[in-house]
Design a protein around this ligand. Structure first.
Ligand code: TXA
Ligand code: MG
Length: 346
């Protein structure tokens, strides 16, 4: 397939109109959002949606998110709109929050992988909204990476994975949040299935108590598989081994320095994911500063890019764990999954 590349700034009018037509006629378009790049198809066309799974190499039992351009567009997709959803939509849409609720019959089974619920999100990115409007249908879109790889946060990473597999790629620059949206199920007790830029604390400020699915920070157990299909796959796996050191900044740095020396002695090439606060612990070693521990959003924004780029020519990435509050929950979720839950303690 010949993939066309459009720039969201310089080719705005033509690019968006054409991409909208491509979506409507069953094609695939990669577009920027504030979280990560999405791989979109007409969400009401089961056949078009099947092409997404082919292009990504994604298991067909992992359901997709429908992206809409205005709040009222959720109406025909859900059985009805629960009160808590209304409150959350008013507080956080457009934005990085996906809500899961009982689906209406108009949603194709290819989108929901046969579940009786559907995930919906209204993104905040202008190009994403313009594309959904131009298409005139909800856009089903997973992250635009090959299944298993870290999600793409810049167009270079999209091209790496998707060139030749989609009709159009729209270049919108870097994604500001850098990890996928928070996925909250509103079936039964509100439960975070995947943490993201909208934090547990922010959600609780609007609807009260919110659970976090056990699989967010732990390997999935057998009976949890049905609730959050996406969690059972190895995710965000870079091309090298990743290990996470837990504890205070000083303790984590101690573990990392020890493991670094051990691995180098075995002939492995290592890289450290450090933070502003801890860089001085790693003098003379190979490290990258991912962000600032006091502003975990900076860590989130940089993680996926760093996993992709620093894994090249590296055998082992040693990363510091951080507290799981605020955006720290999403950071630890992605980091632990990228490591296959390989945690090193003192
Ligand atoms: O930020 C995002 O959410 C990005 C951008 C493109 O919008 N999209 C994204 O899609 O991350 P994807 O397909 O990579 O992740 C969707 C997650 C998966 O973990 C999937 O299992 C879960 O949402 N999901 C989708 N529908 C669901 C449902 N009905 N019930 C439970 N989980 C669902
Ligand atoms: Mg994904």
């Amino acid at each position: 397939m010949n993939t066309e590349l459009f720039n969201a700034k310089t080719q705005k009018e033509n690019g968006t109109a054409l991409a909208g037509r491509v979506i409507r006629s069953g094609g695939l378009v990669v577009f920027p959002t504030e979280t990560v790049y999405g791989l979109g198809a007409n969400g009401l066309d089961g056949e078009a949606v099947s092409r997404i799974f082919e292009a990504k190499g994604r298991p067909s039992d992992n359901p997709l998110i429908l992206h809409i351009a205005k709040k009222s567009d959720v109406k025909p997709l859900w059985k009805h709109i629960p009160d808590k959803a209304r409150l959350l939509m008013d507080a956080f849409w457009p934005g990085p929050l996906t809500l899961v609720y009982l689906k209406s019959p108009s949603v194709p089974n290819e989108v929901t992988a046969g579940l009786d619920t559907v995930a919906v999100r209204m993104p905040e990115h202008k190009t994403a909204l313009a594309l959904i409007r131009a298409a005139g249908v909800p856009i089903a879109a997973p992250s635009a990476n090959l299944s298993g790889k870290p999600s793409p946060t810049c167009v270079r990473h999209v091209i790496e994975d998707m060139d030749g597999r989609v009709d159009i790629i729209i270049d919108g620059g870097d994604c500001s949040i850098g990890v996928e949206s928070t996925v909250l199920s509103l079936v039964g007790e509100p439960t975070i299935l995947r943490p993201g830029g909208i934090t547990k604390e922010m959600l609780e400020g609007v609807i009260g108590s919110v659970r976090v699915a056990n699989a967010v920070l732990n390997p999935l157990s057998e009976n949890e598989q049905a609730a959050s299909p996406g969690m059972k796959y190895r995710h965000y796996a870079p091309d090298c081994e990743v290990a996470v050191a837990l504890g205070s900044p000083k303790a984590a740095a101690g573990i990392i320095n020890r493991e670094y020396q051990k691995a180098e002695a075995e002939g492995k090439s290592c890289k450290i994911f450090a933070t502003q606060q801890t860089k001085n612990y790693y003098n003379g070693k190979k490290y990258v500063i991912i962000g600032d521990r006091d502003m975990p959003a900076t860590l989130l924004a940089a993680l996926f890019g760093a996993l992709r780029e620093e894994s090249e020519g590296t055998d082992l990435i040693l990363a510091e764990g951080i507290p799981e509050s605020g955006e720290g929950l999403a950071y630890m979720n992605r980091l632990l999954r990228a490591s296959g839950f390989k945690v090193i303690k003192y």
